[in-house]
Design a protein. Structure first.
Length: 400
């Protein structure tokens, strides 16, 4: 097993009070870099993610990755004795990660005010749809709503069609990353600047909104409303997705002036390469449709492999649209060790994504896959001083 002693977050204790995606993804990254993450789950089935998407032998394959390196402890948060377990765990914790609706933890007597009194150095990462205050705070907020409210859905898709969803839960993922960044900033402030613990308030819609580039300034100053543009990159030409003869797709970014010229020469369009009006992006944008047609006329006449070879030889930024099989068989993924081989509980082999980002001196890694429900309850409660008899009593009353 990978040694935690070399990981950058060794010695950091995290309590995860969350389900599904945003909170657990945030805590997962902390666990991947050496933090001890104690995931609190309901004794009645645990995190619903255990049952989401594709299953194998009764457990979601997603679960094994999302919960890797975590300890599963079952606690009924609605019961006072369960709440007391969380308060005891928080006494020496560094971070609590939670993604319940605002006010839920306070109702259970384990909110920020209660836990920070016990542990003034505690950092609490709170992920919610709309944040901990404001007129929308009490609304249920999922990633899909955050993506819509932030403007992301408005610009995603084709102009003649309704806004579309990205193929992954991007809103939850972006919020989770903001949670990790906020936690690291708060720990630095506490440990280096002599500060105290604090709340990291992560709203899903704000996290996605943070990625929206010039969406607001362009509208505010120029009255320009960025619209859906399909696979094109509006105002930057040529940059698009093109079909090949064998039914594949190639992404091409030839919008730099010198790259554009090389691109046109590579596809046999010296007339366009040497057209003074197309020498800069300003001149190319009004003729985007013409340039896209010229490129796709060429790509449709060749198979993907030949297209990629020609563009690589001409030093044009381009790439295929990868499916899972492409990723697993890709030489660069392999060289960068981005696919790990593990075994499911019954011994069946399974490939999973490796840990990123890569640190040269203190890298993270996978130590174990997502645990069974309550797998670490006895271990963690014993460390808190709960005897076997006391644990058996709590288990019998469904507190744990």
């Amino acid at each position: 097993m990978l040694a935690v002693e070399t990981m950058p977050l060794r010695g950091i204790k995290v309590i995860e009070l969350g389900t599904l995606i945003a909170g657990p993804f945030c805590a997962r990254m902390l666990a991947e870099f050496g933090a001890e993450v104690i995931k609190i789950e309901s004794p009645d089935g645990g995190d619903q993610l255990r049952q989401w998407r594709k299953m194998y032998e009764g457990t979601s394959l997603w679960w094994y990755v999302q919960a890797r390196n975590k300890k599963s402890v079952t606690v009924n948060l609605r019961e006072p004795e369960g709440q007391e377990i969380v308060r005891e765990l928080a006494r020496d914790a560094d971070i609590v990660v939670e993604n319940f609706r605002p006010g839920a933890l306070e109702k259970w007597n384990i909110g920020w005010e209660q836990l920070s009194k016990i542990n003034p150095k505690l950092v609490m990462v709170r992920l919610s749809g709309y944040g901990q205050d404001g007129p929308y705070r009490d609304r249920p907020g999922f990633g899909v709503v955050a993506e819509s409210m932030s403007g992301m859905r408005y610009v995603t898709g084709y102009p003649e069609q309704p806004p579309v969803r990205l193929g992954i839960s991007i809103g939850d993922g972006i919020a989770a990353l903001h949670g990790v960044i906020g936690a690291m900033m708060a720990l630095h402030h506490r440990n280096v600047n002599g500060g105290k613990g604090q709340v990291v308030d992560v709203a899903l819609y704000e996290s996605v909104f943070n990625m929206m580039e010039s969406f607001i300034p362009e509208y505010d100053v120029l009255g320009y409303k960025r619209e859906r543009a399909g696979n094109a990159l509006p105002g930057i030409t040529p940059s698009n997705t093109y079909a090949t003869r064998d039914g594949k797709y190639v992404i091409v970014g030839a919008n730099n002036d010198s790259i554009f010229k090389r691109m046109m020469l590579a596809i046999g369009r010296a007339d366009l390469a040497n057209d003074p009006a197309l020498a800069t992006n300003t001149g190319r944008v009004p003729r985007a449709a013409e340039l896209d047609k010229a490129i796709e006329d060429w790509t449709r006449a060749h198979d993907l492999a030949a297209v990629l070879k020609s563009l690589e030889d001409a030093e044009i930024p381009a790439g295929r649209v990868y499916d899972p099989e492409d990723i697993i068989n890709d030489a660069h993924y392999a060289a960068r060790k981005m696919i790990e081989q593990w075994k499911l509980p019954d011994g069946k082999p399974m490939r999973i994504p490796a840990v990123t980002p890569k640190l040269t001196e203190s890298p993270g890694g996978t130590r174990w896959l997502g645990p069974k429900l309550g797998e670490h309850t006895a271990e963690v409660l014993s460390a808190l001083g709960y005897s076997d008899v006391r644990q058996a009593e709590l288990r019998g009353r469904k507190i744990i």
